[in-house]
Design a protein around this ligand. Structure first.
Ligand SMILES: *[C@@H]1O[C@H](CO)[C@@H](O)[C@H](O)[C@H]1NC(C)=O
Ligand SMILES: *[C@@H]1O[C@H](CO)[C@@H](O)[C@H](O)[C@H]1NC(C)=O
Ligand SMILES: *[C@@H]1O[C@H](CO)[C@@H](O)[C@H](O)[C@H]1NC(C)=O
Ligand SMILES: *[C@@H]1O[C@H](CO)[C@@H](O)[C@H](O)[C@H]1NC(C)=O
Ligand SMILES: *[C@@H]1O[C@H](CO)[C@@H](O)[C@H](O)[C@H]1NC(C)=O
Ligand SMILES: *[C@@H]1O[C@H](CO)[C@@H](O)[C@H](O)[C@H]1NC(C)=O
Ligand SMILES: *[C@@H]1O[C@H](CO)[C@@H](O)[C@H](O)[C@H]1NC(C)=O
Ligand SMILES: *[C@@H]1O[C@H](CO)[C@@H](O)[C@H](O)[C@H]1NC(C)=O
Ligand SMILES: *[C@@H]1O[C@H](CO)[C@@H](O)[C@H](O)[C@H]1NC(C)=O
Ligand SMILES: *[C@@H]1O[C@H](CO)[C@@H](O)[C@H](O)[C@H]1NC(C)=O
Ligand SMILES: *[C@@H]1O[C@H](CO)[C@@H](O)[C@H](O)[C@H]1NC(C)=O
Ligand SMILES: *[C@@H]1O[C@H](CO)[C@@H](O)[C@H](O)[C@H]1NC(C)=O
Length: 440
């Protein structure tokens, strides 16, 4: 027999091994990520159907108005649940009327016409979300029927005067849209029935009003360009449950009458330029759940009475100028969902009450109640690395979840690498054997 098999069979073996290694690699590689689903059909398709469907129970004038706004009407808009809950109707006879309308993700060709708006003046609730149509003049019937207006990333060129015409509103939400007004009072002064106001991230300028309508329960003017002091008139809002004035340019002290807000649950004055102490009167606020005073220039000691607030869940005092011994002990801090005091360089903790493992971002106190050493920088945790297993309760959970995700992706890459490495080695060995046979 021929001792040397013909070169042909080597090639076959080589090809076979090559093929094998390729299949191995591809079978071990991570599953192909699902191809991006074809962009979902627009929720409000522009194909407005032909004629008002005869089965609809909605007033024909309102049906035509919906069609002009590109809302599909091939199904009865008064049937429940309607498409994305965009519409809600009353039960009048023979025709029903719209009570509520929500326009979401409007296409570019949608325009508000005054004819359409006139026929919609049974609406009590109107919402625009991602709907950058021009803010046209609303007919007076619609202005007075509306109880609730929402405008999020919607309606171009909003002005305070335009908004101020909605005089019967109880709920106003305007956010992430530019509002041109000389101050919030332009908008709010005429709305005597308001209960809930959100005007946030609108670059609204000016001072906070000195007069308020007293039924307001929810006041959020965060993320604007408001200046001046917080007027003590705000503390007359005895029904106020939420006060958010964060991320403005407010100055001066927190009004000493803040404690009059007996219904207040959630309060943020964060990211302003407020100075002075936390007012003593806050001791009398029984309902507080959420206190955020971070990123200001507040000073003085942190009052003892905060430790007696039974309902408190969230306390953020970081990045201020507080000084002295922090009054909180471990059991108080553990009860909170969020607790932050870092970035107060003259504040310290009593090391016989609190372990350094808690990494609060402030220094321990000496026997005079002064910080022993400069507060450890937040990122510099090397000194406490040994006992870090106890700290998870006090740290943001985001870190943990991002770690988990990394682990989740880890193994696939390792397996892929090993597979490629192995198949390359097999290939190399075959190649070398082949080479030696040929040369030998
Ligand atoms: C509007 O668009 C956003 C993002 O494009 C999408 O997440 C959302 O589900 C859409 N809303 C409706 C009601 O279709
Ligand atoms: C529509 O409203 C009903 C009841 O009000 C609710 O159960 C349902 O989740 C809503 N559907 C959408 C898509 O918002
Ligand atoms: C709106 O409020 C005015 C008074 O501010 C009142 O006369 C009118 O009846 C209200 N409109 C509706 C539809 O309730
Ligand atoms: C507010 O002003 C900032 C900077 O001046 C700008 O980046 C932002 O887009 C404005 N916001 C709105 C809602 O117009
Ligand atoms: C805001 O309104 C004033 C007075 O009406 C005008 O002079 C100014 O240009 C407007 N600003 C913007 C950004 O529209
Ligand atoms: C304020 O609220 C009370 C009780 O809910 C109500 O009787 C009163 O009419 C409201 N005032 C205004 C101006 O809406
Ligand atoms: C205040 O508003 C900001 C941004 O608008 C938000 O991140 C924060 O959670 C709000 N705080 C409270 C207490 O509502
Ligand atoms: C009030 O604050 C608590 C605790 O942070 C939070 O769970 C709750 O959603 C907030 N409520 C409102 C209306 O923002
Ligand atoms: C707080 O700061 C003000 C100046 O902003 C100063 O007059 C006052 O003495 C300070 N109070 C304390 C207790 O440091
Ligand atoms: C922690 O402080 C609270 C309120 O001041 C007090 O009731 C509690 O006894 C203290 N717990 C410990 C372990 O010192
Ligand atoms: C720290 O706490 C202990 C025990 O409660 C107390 O005796 C001591 O005076 C406190 N130290 C300071 C600096 O407040
Ligand atoms: C939270 O964890 C991060 C890193 O995981 C660390 O830099 C930071 O100091 C920790 N913060 C606290 C308050 O323990």
């Amino acid at each position: 027999m021929d001792p040397h098999p013909p070169p042909f069979s080597y090639f076959v073996t080589l090809l076979y091994l090559l093929l094998f290694s390729v299949t191995l690699t591809s079978s071990l590689s991570p599953p192909i990520s699902p191809t991006k689903s074809p962009s979902a059909p627009s929720p409000l398709p522009s194909a407005s159907s032909s004629s008002p469907s005869s089965s609809s129970t909605l007033d024909p004038k309102q049906l035509r108005a919906l069609q002009s706004l590109n809302i599909p009407t091939s199904k009865d808009p008064c049937a429940q649940p309607s498409i994305h809950n965009a519409t809600l109707c009353d039960s009048s006879k023979p025709f029903r009327h719209l009570l509520s309308l929500r326009l979401v993700n409007c296409s570019d060709d949608v325009a508000l016409s005054s004819t359409a708006l006139k026929s919609l003046s049974t609406l009590q609730d109107l919402e625009f979300i991602n709907c950058p149509v021009a803010a046209v003049h609303f007919p007076s019937d619609l202005l007075s029927s509306l109880r609730s207006l929402t405008c999020i990333r919607s309606l171009r060129r909003l002005t305070g005067v335009w908004l101020s015409r909605f005089q019967n509103l109880t709920d106003l939400t305007v956010s992430n849209v530019h509002v041109n007004a000389s101050g919030p009072f332009v908008i709010l002064n005429s709305m005597k029935k308001l209960r809930s106001v959100t005007i946030s991230h609108t670059n609204l300028t000016g001072y906070l009003p000195k007069h308020w309508h007293l039924n307001i329960t929810h006041l959020d003017l965060s993320g604007n360009e408001l200046i001046g002091k917080i007027p003590s008139a705000v503390t007359l809002l005895e029904n106020l449950q939420l006060l958010n004035l964060s991320s403005n340019s407010l100055t001066g002290e927190i009004p000493s009458t803040l404690g009059d807000l007996l219904s207040l649950q959630n309060m943020s004055l964060a990211s302003n330029s407020l100075s002075g102490p936390i007012p003593e009167s806050m001791a009398a606020m029984p309902s507080l759940v959420h206190i955020d005073l971070s990123f200001n220039q507040l000073n003085g000691t942190i009052p003892d009475y905060l430790t007696k607030m039974k309902g408190l869940k969230y306390l953020n005092l970081e990045n201020n100028n507080f000084n002295g011994v922090m009054p909180f002990n471990v059991s108080f801090i553990k009860k909170l969902v969020v607790f932050k005091v870092g970035g107060n360089s003259n504040l310290c903790y009593n090391h016989s009450l609190i372990s350094s493992k808690m990494k609060l971002g402030i220094a321990p106190c000496d026997k005079h109640g002064l910080p022993i050493s400069p507060a450890p920088a937040k990122s510099d945790s090397s000194a406490d690395e040994s006992g870090s297993s106890d700290d998870s309760d006090y740290n943001d959970s985001e870190d943990d979840s991002s770690h988990k995700e990394e682990h989740h992706h880890g193994p696939n890459k390792v397996v892929l690498g090993v597979a490629i490495g192995l198949s390359s080695i097999v290939f190399l060995i075959v190649f070398l054997i082949l080479l030696s046979k040929w040369c030998g």
